[in-house]
Design a protein around this ligand. Structure first.
Ligand code: FES
Length: 151
């Protein structure tokens, strides 16, 4: 492997570690029918989640709704899908700052992009397509993998 490629890979890993970003490739997203816009004043307090629901169209033409929360962590503003990847119970943000499923107790880390910690879910939380736009958090889609669970 070339030295430049090694350095580039190491730099990307360091950047991901510094931001808490998940280094896995970007997923395909299904767009929401209407983007969710959450103004920053709603996210002023650290660890105070702002719940939302968004409607999208599945590939079979049926409508579906996905629940989520936006939250300011000590590191940055995040949005997490609250459908548990195991059997779609609704995940809660706990007082000790974990994302926990009440049904079979899967645990996810909100400081590492919803990374899976324990339990039968065996994968991270479904991802939202989201970005900061001016004074708002704008959420525009949900990871397409969720659709297989809803069809
Ligand atoms: S539905 Fe969440 S762990 Fe089973």
């Amino acid at each position: 492997m070339e030295r430049r490629a090694l350095i580039g890979g190491a730099a990307a890993s360091l950047a991901a570690a510094a931001t808490g970003a998940d280094a896995s490739p970007s997923p395909r997203f299904l767009p929401f029918q209407t983007p969710v816009v959450i103004a920053f004043p709603q996210l002023e307090a650290v660890w105070a989640p702002a719940p939302f629901r968004a409607r999208f169209t599945k590939s079979n033409g049926e409508d579906s709704v996905v629940p989520g929360i936006a939250v300011r962590t000590p590191r940055r503003i995040e949005a997490f899908c609250t459908y548990c990847p195991h059997e779609l119970c609704v995940i809660k943000l706990t007082d000790d700052h974990q994302l926990r499923c009440p049904c079979h107790f899967s645990l996810f880390d909100p400081l590492r992009d919803g990374a899976w910690i324990a339990g039968p879910a065996m994968r991270r939380t479904y991802r939202f397509d989201h970005r900061v736009k001016g004074p708002d958090l704008v959420i525009t889609g949900i990871e397409a993998d969720l659709e297989r669970r809803l069809l």
